[in-house]
Design a protein around this ligand. Structure first.
Ligand code: ZN
Length: 203
Protein backbone atom coordinates (compact mmCIF):
# COMPACT_ATOMS: atom_id res chain seq x y z
CA UNK A 1 0.00 0.00 0.00
CA UNK A 2 1.37 3.37 -0.98
CA UNK A 3 0.79 6.17 1.48
CA UNK A 4 0.75 9.65 0.08
CA UNK A 5 3.55 11.86 1.44
CA UNK A 6 2.65 13.94 4.44
CA UNK A 7 4.01 17.39 5.08
CA UNK A 8 5.75 17.57 8.46
CA UNK A 9 6.30 21.08 9.78
CA UNK A 10 8.88 21.69 12.50
CA UNK A 11 8.45 24.35 15.20
CA UNK A 12 12.17 24.95 15.17
CA UNK A 13 13.87 24.92 11.77
CA UNK A 14 15.94 21.83 11.06
CA UNK A 15 19.13 21.70 9.01
CA UNK A 16 19.68 20.07 5.66
CA UNK A 17 23.36 19.51 5.02
CA UNK A 18 25.43 17.74 2.41
CA UNK A 19 27.19 14.72 3.93
CA UNK A 20 30.21 15.40 1.78
CA UNK A 21 32.62 17.34 3.95
CA UNK A 22 30.09 17.87 6.71
CA UNK A 23 31.75 18.91 9.96
CA UNK A 24 30.43 19.37 13.44
CA UNK A 25 31.68 22.54 15.17
CA UNK A 26 34.14 22.13 18.03
CA UNK A 27 31.55 22.91 20.67
CA UNK A 28 29.25 20.68 22.69
CA UNK A 29 25.79 20.19 21.09
CA UNK A 30 24.18 20.10 24.54
CA UNK A 31 25.74 23.09 26.33
CA UNK A 32 27.90 24.74 23.57
CA UNK A 33 30.97 24.64 25.84
CA UNK A 34 34.28 24.06 24.01
CA UNK A 35 34.54 20.40 22.97
CA UNK A 36 37.33 18.31 24.44
CA UNK A 37 36.19 14.84 23.44
CA UNK A 38 34.27 12.95 20.79
CA UNK A 39 31.21 10.78 20.74
CA UNK A 40 30.42 8.27 18.03
CA UNK A 41 26.69 8.37 17.41
CA UNK A 42 25.48 5.48 15.34
CA UNK A 43 22.59 6.03 13.01
CA UNK A 44 20.11 3.22 13.51
CA UNK A 45 17.11 2.78 11.29
CA UNK A 46 14.42 3.41 13.87
CA UNK A 47 12.88 6.09 11.71
CA UNK A 48 12.43 5.38 8.08
CA UNK A 49 11.71 8.67 6.54
CA UNK A 50 11.11 9.82 3.05
CA UNK A 51 11.79 13.49 2.57
CA UNK A 52 10.87 15.13 -0.67
CA UNK A 53 11.20 18.82 -0.26
CA UNK A 54 13.23 21.65 1.14
CA UNK A 55 12.29 25.17 2.07
CA UNK A 56 13.88 26.36 -1.14
CA UNK A 57 11.19 27.03 -3.75
CA UNK A 58 13.66 26.76 -6.63
CA UNK A 59 14.23 23.10 -5.81
CA UNK A 60 10.56 22.42 -6.46
CA UNK A 61 10.53 24.53 -9.63
CA UNK A 62 13.57 23.04 -11.28
CA UNK A 63 13.24 19.54 -9.92
CA UNK A 64 16.59 19.17 -8.21
CA UNK A 65 18.05 15.77 -7.40
CA UNK A 66 16.40 15.96 -3.99
CA UNK A 67 13.09 15.95 -5.77
CA UNK A 68 13.88 13.03 -8.04
CA UNK A 69 15.48 10.92 -5.35
CA UNK A 70 12.59 11.47 -3.05
CA UNK A 71 12.82 8.56 -0.71
CA UNK A 72 15.06 9.06 2.26
CA UNK A 73 16.27 6.20 4.31
CA UNK A 74 18.47 5.68 7.30
CA UNK A 75 21.02 3.01 6.90
CA UNK A 76 22.34 0.89 9.71
CA UNK A 77 25.95 1.06 10.66
CA UNK A 78 26.50 4.68 9.74
CA UNK A 79 27.91 6.86 12.47
CA UNK A 80 28.71 10.49 13.13
CA UNK A 81 31.68 11.63 15.16
CA UNK A 82 30.43 14.54 17.25
CA UNK A 83 32.70 16.72 19.42
CA UNK A 84 31.37 17.17 22.96
CA UNK A 85 32.49 18.78 26.18
CA UNK A 86 33.97 16.59 28.92
CA UNK A 87 30.87 16.83 31.06
CA UNK A 88 28.58 15.45 28.37
CA UNK A 89 30.94 12.80 27.15
CA UNK A 90 29.94 9.20 27.64
CA UNK A 91 30.90 5.94 26.06
CA UNK A 92 28.27 4.03 24.23
CA UNK A 93 30.36 0.94 23.67
CA UNK A 94 28.53 -2.34 23.67
CA UNK A 95 25.15 -0.68 23.95
CA UNK A 96 24.32 -1.97 20.49
CA UNK A 97 25.16 -5.50 21.59
CA UNK A 98 23.07 -5.12 24.78
CA UNK A 99 20.17 -4.01 22.65
CA UNK A 100 20.42 -7.10 20.44
CA UNK A 101 20.65 -9.42 23.48
CA UNK A 102 17.67 -7.65 24.95
CA UNK A 103 15.53 -8.32 21.88
CA UNK A 104 16.52 -12.01 21.94
CA UNK A 105 15.58 -12.29 25.62
CA UNK A 106 12.30 -10.48 24.93
CA UNK A 107 11.48 -13.22 22.45
CA UNK A 108 12.43 -16.00 24.89
CA UNK A 109 10.42 -14.40 27.68
CA UNK A 110 7.43 -14.15 25.36
CA UNK A 111 7.73 -17.86 24.48
CA UNK A 112 7.85 -18.70 28.19
CA UNK A 113 4.77 -16.58 28.76
CA UNK A 114 2.85 -18.32 25.96
CA UNK A 115 3.87 -21.75 27.33
CA UNK A 116 2.72 -20.75 30.79
CA UNK A 117 -0.59 -19.58 29.33
CA UNK A 118 -1.12 -22.91 27.61
CA UNK A 119 -0.26 -24.75 30.83
CA UNK A 120 -2.66 -22.71 32.91
CA UNK A 121 -5.32 -23.19 30.26
CA UNK A 122 -5.04 -26.90 30.96
CA UNK A 123 -5.24 -26.26 34.69
CA UNK A 124 -8.28 -24.07 34.15
CA UNK A 125 -10.21 -26.83 32.34
CA UNK A 126 -9.28 -29.31 35.04
CA UNK A 127 -10.52 -26.83 37.64
CA UNK A 128 -7.07 -26.45 39.21
CA UNK A 129 -5.53 -23.14 40.31
CA UNK A 130 -3.34 -21.45 37.69
CA UNK A 131 0.27 -22.54 37.59
CA UNK A 132 2.69 -20.27 39.45
CA UNK A 133 4.68 -20.26 36.21
CA UNK A 134 2.08 -17.93 34.78
CA UNK A 135 2.97 -15.26 37.33
CA UNK A 136 6.69 -15.92 37.14
CA UNK A 137 6.79 -15.69 33.34
CA UNK A 138 4.58 -12.59 33.33
CA UNK A 139 7.01 -10.95 35.75
CA UNK A 140 10.03 -11.99 33.66
CA UNK A 141 8.42 -10.66 30.50
CA UNK A 142 7.55 -7.35 32.20
CA UNK A 143 11.13 -6.95 33.46
CA UNK A 144 12.56 -7.48 29.97
CA UNK A 145 10.05 -5.10 28.41
CA UNK A 146 11.04 -2.43 30.93
CA UNK A 147 14.72 -3.07 30.26
CA UNK A 148 14.14 -2.78 26.51
CA UNK A 149 12.35 0.51 27.01
CA UNK A 150 15.22 1.94 29.07
CA UNK A 151 17.90 0.67 26.64
CA UNK A 152 16.15 2.18 23.64
CA UNK A 153 15.73 5.63 25.14
CA UNK A 154 17.78 8.13 23.14
CA UNK A 155 20.88 9.34 24.97
CA UNK A 156 21.46 13.06 25.66
CA UNK A 157 23.52 13.43 22.48
CA UNK A 158 20.98 11.58 20.34
CA UNK A 159 18.24 13.93 21.47
CA UNK A 160 20.46 17.01 21.03
CA UNK A 161 21.43 15.93 17.50
CA UNK A 162 18.38 14.14 16.14
CA UNK A 163 18.77 12.70 12.66
CA UNK A 164 15.55 13.06 10.71
CA UNK A 165 16.64 11.25 7.57
CA UNK A 166 18.84 10.88 4.52
CA UNK A 167 18.14 10.91 0.83
CA UNK A 168 18.59 7.67 -1.08
CA UNK A 169 22.00 8.56 -2.45
CA UNK A 170 23.26 9.46 1.03
CA UNK A 171 24.30 12.87 -0.24
CA UNK A 172 22.26 14.86 2.27
CA UNK A 173 21.17 14.48 5.85
CA UNK A 174 18.39 16.28 7.69
CA UNK A 175 19.21 17.02 11.34
CA UNK A 176 17.14 18.59 14.11
CA UNK A 177 19.28 20.33 16.73
CA UNK A 178 17.82 20.89 20.17
CA UNK A 179 20.04 23.85 21.04
CA UNK A 180 19.36 26.83 18.69
CA UNK A 181 22.78 28.37 19.41
CA UNK A 182 24.46 25.13 18.36
CA UNK A 183 22.25 24.91 15.27
CA UNK A 184 23.29 28.41 14.19
CA UNK A 185 26.94 27.57 14.82
CA UNK A 186 26.57 24.35 12.82
CA UNK A 187 25.09 26.23 9.85
CA UNK A 188 27.88 28.84 10.07
CA UNK A 189 30.43 26.02 10.21
CA UNK A 190 29.00 24.36 7.06
CA UNK A 191 27.85 27.53 5.34
CA UNK A 192 28.54 26.22 1.85
CA UNK A 193 26.34 23.14 2.17
CA UNK A 194 23.91 23.65 5.06
CA UNK A 195 20.56 25.36 5.01
CA UNK A 196 17.68 25.77 7.42
CA UNK A 197 14.52 23.88 6.51
CA UNK A 198 11.09 24.39 8.03
CA UNK A 199 9.30 21.32 6.77
CA UNK A 200 9.84 17.99 5.00
CA UNK A 201 7.63 15.51 3.20
CA UNK A 202 7.41 12.16 4.94
CA UNK A 203 5.92 8.96 3.59
ZN1 ZN B 1 28.34 19.86 27.14
Amino acid sequence: MQLSPKRVVFDQPIVRVSLDGMQFPQICPICTAPAEDYIRVSVVSETRAALTSTARPTAALFGSRYQKDSSIRLSEGKAFIIPVCREHHYTDEGSYRYKSYCIVFDGLALCLLILAFLMSGNNFWRGEPPSPWLFISTAIFAVFLGLTYVLFQPGPIESAVRIIGFDTGFSNVWIAFKNPAYRDEFVRHNEMSAELVKWVMKN
